[in-house]
Design a protein around this ligand. Sequence first.
Ligand code: SF4
Length: 371
Amino acid sequence: AEDFKVTPWEVSGEVDYDMLIERFGTKHVDNALLDRMSKYGELHPLLKRGIVYSHRDMDWILDRYDAGEKFYLYTGRGPSGNTHMGHLMPWIFTKYLQDTFKVPLYFQLTDDEKFLFNEKLTLDDTKNMAYENMLDVIALGFDPTLTKIIIDTNCIKTLYPIALKTAKKITFSTARAVFGFENSTNIGSIFYTSIQAAPAFMVSEIEGKNVPCLIPCGIDQDPHFRVARDIAPLLGYYKPALLHNKMFPGLQGTDKMSSSQPNSTIYTTDTPKQVRKKVMSAFTGGAVTVEDQRKNGGKPEICSVFKYLHFLFEEDDKKLEELMIKCRNGEILCGECKKSLADSMVNFIEIHQEKREKARDKVQDYLFCED
Ligand code: SF4
Protein backbone atom coordinates (compact mmCIF):
# COMPACT_ATOMS: atom_id res chain seq x y z
CA ALA A 1 0.00 0.00 0.00
CA GLU A 2 1.21 3.52 -0.74
CA ASP A 3 0.98 5.06 2.70
CA PHE A 4 2.91 8.22 1.95
CA LYS A 5 2.09 11.47 0.26
CA VAL A 6 4.34 13.88 -1.63
CA THR A 7 2.92 17.05 -3.14
CA PRO A 8 4.33 20.58 -3.37
CA TRP A 9 2.39 21.42 -0.21
CA GLU A 10 2.56 18.24 1.85
CA VAL A 11 5.02 15.45 2.53
CA SER A 12 3.76 12.82 4.96
CA GLY A 13 4.29 9.17 5.82
CA GLU A 14 7.43 7.17 5.16
CA VAL A 15 8.46 8.21 1.67
CA ASP A 16 9.46 5.46 -0.75
CA TYR A 17 11.77 7.45 -3.00
CA ASP A 18 12.15 4.74 -5.62
CA MET A 19 8.41 4.46 -5.89
CA LEU A 20 8.23 8.22 -6.39
CA ILE A 21 10.50 7.90 -9.41
CA GLU A 22 8.05 5.41 -10.86
CA ARG A 23 5.00 7.41 -9.89
CA PHE A 24 6.35 10.69 -11.25
CA GLY A 25 8.07 9.09 -14.27
CA THR A 26 11.53 10.53 -13.58
CA LYS A 27 14.91 8.80 -13.96
CA HIS A 28 17.45 7.63 -11.39
CA VAL A 29 20.72 9.55 -11.20
CA ASP A 30 22.65 6.41 -12.12
CA ASN A 31 26.36 5.64 -12.23
CA ALA A 32 26.63 6.53 -15.93
CA LEU A 33 25.28 10.02 -15.21
CA LEU A 34 27.50 10.40 -12.15
CA ASP A 35 30.53 9.38 -14.22
CA ARG A 36 29.64 11.97 -16.79
CA MET A 37 29.07 14.70 -14.21
CA SER A 38 32.39 13.94 -12.52
CA LYS A 39 34.15 15.13 -15.70
CA TYR A 40 33.14 18.73 -14.95
CA GLY A 41 34.42 18.76 -11.37
CA GLU A 42 34.48 16.66 -8.23
CA LEU A 43 31.05 15.22 -7.47
CA HIS A 44 29.20 16.82 -4.61
CA PRO A 45 28.59 14.46 -1.64
CA LEU A 46 24.84 14.93 -2.15
CA LEU A 47 25.24 13.31 -5.57
CA LYS A 48 27.63 10.60 -4.41
CA ARG A 49 25.36 9.67 -1.52
CA GLY A 50 22.22 9.43 -3.62
CA ILE A 51 20.46 12.37 -1.92
CA VAL A 52 20.23 14.18 -5.24
CA TYR A 53 18.88 11.00 -6.75
CA SER A 54 16.43 11.65 -9.57
CA HIS A 55 16.35 13.73 -12.74
CA ARG A 56 14.62 14.69 -15.94
CA ASP A 57 16.79 15.30 -19.00
CA MET A 58 20.08 15.92 -17.16
CA ASP A 59 21.92 14.12 -20.01
CA TRP A 60 20.36 16.53 -22.45
CA ILE A 61 21.53 19.52 -20.38
CA LEU A 62 25.09 18.16 -20.51
CA ASP A 63 24.78 17.48 -24.26
CA ARG A 64 23.76 21.09 -24.85
CA TYR A 65 26.50 22.33 -22.50
CA ASP A 66 29.12 20.28 -24.35
CA ALA A 67 27.86 21.76 -27.60
CA GLY A 68 28.53 25.24 -26.21
CA GLU A 69 24.96 26.06 -25.24
CA LYS A 70 25.07 27.10 -21.60
CA PHE A 71 22.06 26.44 -19.40
CA TYR A 72 20.85 28.55 -16.50
CA LEU A 73 19.73 27.39 -13.09
CA TYR A 74 16.35 28.11 -11.63
CA THR A 75 15.24 27.29 -8.11
CA GLY A 76 13.33 29.00 -5.34
CA ARG A 77 11.49 29.08 -2.09
CA GLY A 78 8.02 29.76 -0.79
CA PRO A 79 8.55 32.42 1.89
CA SER A 80 6.13 31.35 4.64
CA GLY A 81 8.53 31.43 7.57
CA ASN A 82 12.17 31.39 8.54
CA THR A 83 14.63 29.38 6.49
CA HIS A 84 15.59 26.01 7.93
CA MET A 85 18.25 23.43 7.15
CA GLY A 86 15.89 21.56 4.83
CA HIS A 87 15.73 24.63 2.61
CA LEU A 88 19.46 25.26 2.69
CA MET A 89 20.41 21.80 1.46
CA PRO A 90 19.20 22.15 -2.16
CA TRP A 91 20.60 25.70 -2.26
CA ILE A 92 24.00 24.43 -1.19
CA PHE A 93 23.73 21.96 -4.05
CA THR A 94 22.61 24.70 -6.43
CA LYS A 95 25.70 26.69 -5.53
CA TYR A 96 27.83 23.67 -6.34
CA LEU A 97 26.17 23.54 -9.79
CA GLN A 98 26.76 27.26 -10.34
CA ASP A 99 30.41 26.98 -9.29
CA THR A 100 30.98 23.88 -11.41
CA PHE A 101 29.33 25.07 -14.62
CA LYS A 102 29.72 28.86 -14.15
CA VAL A 103 26.12 29.49 -15.10
CA PRO A 104 23.49 32.07 -14.09
CA LEU A 105 20.95 31.35 -11.36
CA TYR A 106 17.46 32.78 -11.09
CA PHE A 107 16.08 32.30 -7.59
CA GLN A 108 12.33 32.75 -7.23
CA LEU A 109 10.73 33.81 -3.94
CA THR A 110 7.04 33.01 -4.28
CA ASP A 111 5.41 35.50 -1.92
CA ASP A 112 2.23 35.24 -4.01
CA GLU A 113 2.06 31.47 -3.56
CA LYS A 114 2.41 31.55 0.20
CA PHE A 115 -0.19 34.29 0.43
CA LEU A 116 -2.65 32.23 -1.61
CA PHE A 117 -2.03 28.90 0.06
CA ASN A 118 -1.75 30.02 3.67
CA GLU A 119 -4.97 31.27 5.19
CA LYS A 120 -3.23 33.20 7.98
CA LEU A 121 -0.53 35.06 6.05
CA THR A 122 -0.98 38.55 4.62
CA LEU A 123 0.82 39.70 1.49
CA ASP A 124 3.00 41.92 3.69
CA ASP A 125 3.94 38.88 5.78
CA THR A 126 5.06 36.82 2.79
CA LYS A 127 6.88 39.72 1.18
CA ASN A 128 8.76 40.54 4.39
CA MET A 129 9.61 36.90 4.74
CA ALA A 130 10.89 36.85 1.15
CA TYR A 131 13.41 39.57 2.11
CA GLU A 132 14.41 37.59 5.21
CA ASN A 133 14.79 34.33 3.27
CA MET A 134 16.84 36.14 0.64
CA LEU A 135 19.51 36.82 3.26
CA ASP A 136 20.03 33.08 3.64
CA VAL A 137 20.43 32.68 -0.11
CA ILE A 138 22.97 35.49 -0.31
CA ALA A 139 24.80 34.19 2.80
CA LEU A 140 25.63 30.98 0.94
CA GLY A 141 27.90 33.00 -1.33
CA PHE A 142 26.23 32.77 -4.74
CA ASP A 143 28.15 34.74 -7.35
CA PRO A 144 26.45 38.18 -7.44
CA THR A 145 27.35 38.66 -11.10
CA LEU A 146 25.53 35.44 -12.02
CA THR A 147 22.68 35.35 -9.53
CA LYS A 148 19.35 37.15 -9.65
CA ILE A 149 16.62 36.87 -7.04
CA ILE A 150 13.01 37.20 -8.18
CA ILE A 151 10.32 38.25 -5.72
CA ASP A 152 7.14 37.39 -7.58
CA THR A 153 5.06 40.45 -6.69
CA ASN A 154 8.02 42.74 -7.55
CA CYS A 155 8.74 41.04 -10.85
CA ILE A 156 5.20 40.38 -11.97
CA LYS A 157 5.56 42.63 -15.02
CA THR A 158 8.19 40.27 -16.40
CA LEU A 159 6.53 37.09 -15.21
CA TYR A 160 2.93 37.82 -16.09
CA PRO A 161 3.02 37.62 -19.92
CA ILE A 162 4.82 34.27 -19.70
CA ALA A 163 2.49 33.05 -16.97
CA LEU A 164 -0.49 33.99 -19.15
CA LYS A 165 0.82 32.06 -22.15
CA THR A 166 1.47 29.13 -19.83
CA ALA A 167 -1.90 29.33 -18.09
CA LYS A 168 -3.74 29.29 -21.41
CA LYS A 169 -2.25 25.87 -22.19
CA ILE A 170 -2.99 24.24 -18.84
CA THR A 171 -6.54 22.97 -18.56
CA PHE A 172 -8.42 23.08 -15.33
CA SER A 173 -8.69 19.30 -15.26
CA THR A 174 -4.91 18.90 -15.68
CA ALA A 175 -4.29 21.28 -12.78
CA ARG A 176 -6.79 19.44 -10.63
CA ALA A 177 -5.40 16.02 -11.55
CA VAL A 178 -1.82 17.06 -10.75
CA PHE A 179 -2.32 19.23 -7.69
CA GLY A 180 -5.57 18.02 -6.18
CA PHE A 181 -6.28 21.36 -4.47
CA GLU A 182 -7.79 19.40 -1.58
CA ASN A 183 -6.96 22.06 0.97
CA SER A 184 -7.36 25.18 -1.10
CA THR A 185 -10.52 27.18 -1.34
CA ASN A 186 -9.57 30.05 -3.63
CA ILE A 187 -9.19 30.44 -7.37
CA GLY A 188 -5.73 32.05 -7.11
CA SER A 189 -4.22 28.69 -6.23
CA ILE A 190 -5.40 27.24 -9.54
CA PHE A 191 -3.54 29.86 -11.57
CA TYR A 192 -0.45 29.83 -9.38
CA THR A 193 1.51 27.04 -11.10
CA SER A 194 1.84 29.20 -14.20
CA ILE A 195 3.78 31.76 -12.14
CA GLN A 196 6.11 29.04 -10.91
CA ALA A 197 6.57 27.87 -14.51
CA ALA A 198 7.42 31.36 -15.80
CA PRO A 199 11.11 31.55 -14.76
CA ALA A 200 11.69 28.26 -16.60
CA PHE A 201 10.91 30.09 -19.85
CA MET A 202 11.86 33.64 -18.88
CA VAL A 203 15.47 33.68 -20.08
CA SER A 204 14.39 32.34 -23.47
CA GLU A 205 11.89 35.21 -23.66
CA ILE A 206 14.50 37.80 -22.65
CA GLU A 207 17.18 36.52 -25.02
CA GLY A 208 14.79 35.85 -27.89
CA LYS A 209 16.10 32.33 -28.35
CA ASN A 210 15.73 29.07 -26.48
CA VAL A 211 18.06 28.73 -23.48
CA PRO A 212 18.20 25.42 -21.59
CA CYS A 213 17.02 25.61 -17.99
CA LEU A 214 18.03 23.26 -15.16
CA ILE A 215 15.94 23.20 -12.01
CA PRO A 216 17.49 21.69 -8.88
CA CYS A 217 14.69 21.16 -6.36
CA GLY A 218 13.05 18.79 -3.91
CA ILE A 219 11.21 15.91 -5.56
CA ASP A 220 8.03 17.32 -3.98
CA GLN A 221 8.17 20.24 -6.43
CA ASP A 222 8.18 17.97 -9.47
CA PRO A 223 4.41 18.29 -10.16
CA HIS A 224 4.78 22.00 -10.98
CA PHE A 225 7.50 21.37 -13.50
CA ARG A 226 5.88 18.26 -14.94
CA VAL A 227 3.05 20.50 -16.04
CA ALA A 228 5.53 23.14 -17.27
CA ARG A 229 7.41 20.50 -19.26
CA ASP A 230 4.23 19.18 -20.84
CA ILE A 231 3.25 22.54 -22.24
CA ALA A 232 6.75 23.85 -23.09
CA PRO A 233 6.81 22.48 -26.67
CA LEU A 234 3.34 23.94 -27.30
CA LEU A 235 4.84 27.37 -26.67
CA GLY A 236 8.05 26.72 -28.58
CA TYR A 237 10.25 26.49 -25.48
CA TYR A 238 12.71 23.82 -24.39
CA LYS A 239 11.40 21.61 -21.61
CA PRO A 240 13.13 22.53 -18.34
CA ALA A 241 15.39 19.77 -17.00
CA LEU A 242 15.34 18.80 -13.34
CA LEU A 243 17.61 17.38 -10.65
CA HIS A 244 15.63 16.22 -7.62
CA ASN A 245 16.78 15.82 -4.06
CA LYS A 246 15.26 13.72 -1.32
CA MET A 247 13.67 15.62 1.54
CA PHE A 248 15.90 16.73 4.40
CA PRO A 249 14.69 14.74 7.42
CA GLY A 250 13.24 16.17 10.62
CA LEU A 251 15.07 15.69 13.92
CA GLN A 252 12.22 13.69 15.39
CA GLY A 253 12.44 10.93 12.81
CA THR A 254 10.04 12.35 10.23
CA ASP A 255 10.86 12.28 6.53
CA LYS A 256 10.82 16.01 5.98
CA MET A 257 12.00 18.88 8.10
CA SER A 258 8.90 20.98 8.46
CA SER A 259 8.00 24.32 9.97
CA SER A 260 4.90 22.75 11.49
CA GLN A 261 7.19 20.84 13.88
CA PRO A 262 9.53 23.47 15.35
CA ASN A 263 11.36 21.00 17.62
CA SER A 264 12.17 18.85 14.63
CA THR A 265 13.50 21.79 12.68
CA ILE A 266 16.73 23.81 12.85
CA TYR A 267 16.21 27.37 11.63
CA THR A 268 19.09 29.48 10.39
CA THR A 269 17.97 32.08 12.95
CA ASP A 270 18.06 29.69 15.95
CA THR A 271 20.45 30.55 18.75
CA PRO A 272 23.28 28.10 19.47
CA LYS A 273 21.43 27.16 22.66
CA GLN A 274 18.26 26.31 20.73
CA VAL A 275 20.24 24.27 18.20
CA ARG A 276 21.89 22.26 20.97
CA LYS A 277 18.62 21.68 22.76
CA LYS A 278 16.91 20.39 19.61
CA VAL A 279 19.80 18.13 18.63
CA MET A 280 20.14 16.74 22.14
CA SER A 281 16.46 15.74 22.12
CA ALA A 282 16.57 14.26 18.60
CA PHE A 283 15.11 10.88 17.74
CA THR A 284 17.97 8.36 17.49
CA GLY A 285 18.38 4.69 16.76
CA GLY A 286 19.76 4.09 20.25
CA ALA A 287 18.55 1.46 22.70
CA VAL A 288 16.51 2.26 25.79
CA THR A 289 19.35 1.57 28.24
CA VAL A 290 23.10 2.13 28.01
CA GLU A 291 23.72 -1.56 28.81
CA ASP A 292 21.43 -2.66 26.00
CA GLN A 293 23.12 -0.31 23.53
CA ARG A 294 26.62 -1.43 24.54
CA LYS A 295 25.52 -5.05 24.09
CA ASN A 296 23.28 -4.87 21.00
CA GLY A 297 24.35 -1.64 19.32
CA GLY A 298 22.21 1.12 17.80
CA LYS A 299 20.35 1.44 14.50
CA PRO A 300 21.94 4.19 12.39
CA GLU A 301 19.50 3.50 9.54
CA ILE A 302 16.58 4.92 11.53
CA CYS A 303 18.58 7.53 13.46
CA SER A 304 17.98 11.20 12.63
CA VAL A 305 21.39 12.17 14.01
CA PHE A 306 23.03 9.76 11.59
CA LYS A 307 20.83 11.05 8.75
CA TYR A 308 21.98 14.61 9.44
CA LEU A 309 25.60 13.56 9.23
CA HIS A 310 24.82 11.65 6.04
CA PHE A 311 22.93 14.54 4.42
CA LEU A 312 25.15 17.49 5.31
CA PHE A 313 27.32 17.40 8.37
CA GLU A 314 29.93 14.72 7.70
CA GLU A 315 31.52 15.09 4.28
CA ASP A 316 34.14 12.40 4.90
CA ASP A 317 32.75 9.06 3.68
CA LYS A 318 35.25 7.08 5.71
CA LYS A 319 34.36 8.78 8.98
CA LEU A 320 30.66 8.21 8.30
CA GLU A 321 31.26 4.52 7.61
CA GLU A 322 33.34 4.20 10.79
CA LEU A 323 30.58 5.81 12.83
CA MET A 324 28.03 3.41 11.37
CA ILE A 325 30.13 0.42 12.37
CA LYS A 326 30.83 1.82 15.84
CA CYS A 327 27.13 2.49 16.33
CA ARG A 328 26.11 -1.02 15.26
CA ASN A 329 28.77 -2.51 17.55
CA GLY A 330 27.67 -0.49 20.54
CA GLU A 331 31.04 1.25 20.71
CA ILE A 332 29.54 4.72 20.72
CA LEU A 333 26.54 6.03 22.64
CA CYS A 334 23.95 8.51 21.46
CA GLY A 335 24.89 11.23 23.93
CA GLU A 336 28.40 11.52 22.52
CA CYS A 337 27.14 11.34 18.96
CA LYS A 338 24.49 14.01 19.48
CA LYS A 339 27.00 16.30 21.13
CA SER A 340 29.33 16.00 18.17
CA LEU A 341 26.51 16.79 15.69
CA ALA A 342 25.39 19.72 17.87
CA ASP A 343 28.97 21.09 17.80
CA SER A 344 29.12 20.89 13.99
CA MET A 345 25.70 22.45 13.57
CA VAL A 346 26.37 25.29 16.00
CA ASN A 347 29.62 25.98 14.19
CA PHE A 348 27.79 26.04 10.83
CA ILE A 349 24.95 28.24 12.14
CA GLU A 350 27.29 30.75 13.76
CA ILE A 351 29.25 31.26 10.55
CA HIS A 352 26.04 31.36 8.51
CA GLN A 353 24.47 33.96 10.80
CA GLU A 354 27.48 36.23 10.46
CA LYS A 355 27.26 36.05 6.66
CA ARG A 356 23.49 36.47 6.88
CA GLU A 357 23.86 39.77 8.70
CA LYS A 358 26.42 40.99 6.16
CA ALA A 359 24.00 40.02 3.39
CA ARG A 360 21.64 42.84 4.44
CA ASP A 361 23.95 45.29 2.65
CA LYS A 362 24.10 43.18 -0.50
CA VAL A 363 20.39 42.74 -1.24
CA GLN A 364 20.34 45.30 -4.06
CA ASP A 365 23.15 43.45 -5.88
CA TYR A 366 20.95 40.37 -6.19
CA LEU A 367 17.43 41.67 -6.81
CA PHE A 368 16.14 40.97 -10.31
CA CYS A 369 13.45 43.65 -10.16
CA GLU A 370 13.33 46.73 -7.97
CA ASP A 371 10.44 47.46 -5.64
FE1 SF4 B 1 22.43 7.46 16.11
FE2 SF4 B 1 24.84 7.91 17.03
FE3 SF4 B 1 22.97 6.81 18.60
FE4 SF4 B 1 24.04 5.42 16.61
S1 SF4 B 1 25.07 6.19 18.43
S2 SF4 B 1 21.88 5.55 17.11
S3 SF4 B 1 24.33 7.01 15.04
S4 SF4 B 1 22.95 8.89 17.74
